[in-house]
Write a protein that binds this ligand. Sequence first.
Ligand code: AMP
Ligand code: MG
Length: 346
Amino acid sequence: MTRTLTLSPHSPDPNLIRQASEIILRRGLVAFPTETVYGLGANALDEEAIAKIFIAKGRPSNDPLIVHVASVEDISRVASEIPPIVKKLADVFWPGPLTLILPKQAHVPDSVTSGLNTVAVRVPSHPIALALIRASGVPIAAPSANRFGHTSPTTAAHVMDDLNGRIDLILDGGSTTVGVESTVLDVTCTPPMILRPGGVSREAIEAVIGAVDLRKKRTESDDEAQVSPGLLGKHYTPRAELILCSGEKKSALEKLSALARQAQAEGRSVGLLLADEDMKSFESISCIPYPLGSSSDLETIARNLYAGMRTLDDKNVNIILARDFGEQGLGLAIHDRLMRAASQII
Ligand code: AMP
Ligand code: MG
């Protein structure tokens, strides 16, 4: 059985944090909130503890973990070289949803970095995450606290749904505020490259350090695995078939409402993962709406995105219809996650 402790997200009880840190130091697994999504934490310097993360998640060993530390000074515990650009970025974005790829220290287990000579590191801003790292006194490796390939958890209940019985403890600090994972930025190359868009926008990074590259394609094998047009490296996926419509708003809503009508005629249930104002296009069709917020407020859309996928799954819909929110600001991360959750892109 997995235990849950409920804590204030603003001022977590030090006694409860100490209990959690004792589990970390005994090589256990503790799920905890960060500002992005819930993480599944273990001592990053202990190989045996790290092995348990991969087993609990069913995560392949070639997918490296992000190491969380409590301050910029502490990155030298896992990184062997700290280029000057790190200070610039840390001053603006840390603590916060930006992960940096740096050359690794030899004592960081290969299992954390999947054998790479670099390590991913960040300072999260969530008070529970920071308190847990400080109380443990070790860097904490933490991927998202979900079964591999599934939607990332933004509440403790989501973690419980995926990992009950597989981990020692969940620290419940309520819903996460950013809702999508951190931006992963490789600063070992020039110019730096965004490996994964996330909670810090490309525009915000470029305002601090100038132009960066964006990795477009994930891996070659993602392409080989493409079994139908539009199917991308799937990850972050709901159980239902998610159909993503890109392009201009009016025609996208027309296409989606035609699909909803067709599904309804076939007796398939339809969930709508759309902006509040898009819902009125579906008024005459029986659908299960999950309004994500106003399309002019991408922070709210990002915060609600994964909870929306999980809620619609819980309602056993067959199809989830979604629309793109563009690629500006947080839109890029939302676009990336929707693309990877999609069974079909139209
Ligand atoms: P997760 O913590 O589950 O959101 O996944 C962490 C992601 O960070 C991985 O899937 C990788 O894409 C990325 N990552 C972690 N470590 C490295 C590294 N050393 N080099 C490149 N990417 C990394
Ligand atoms: Mg993940």
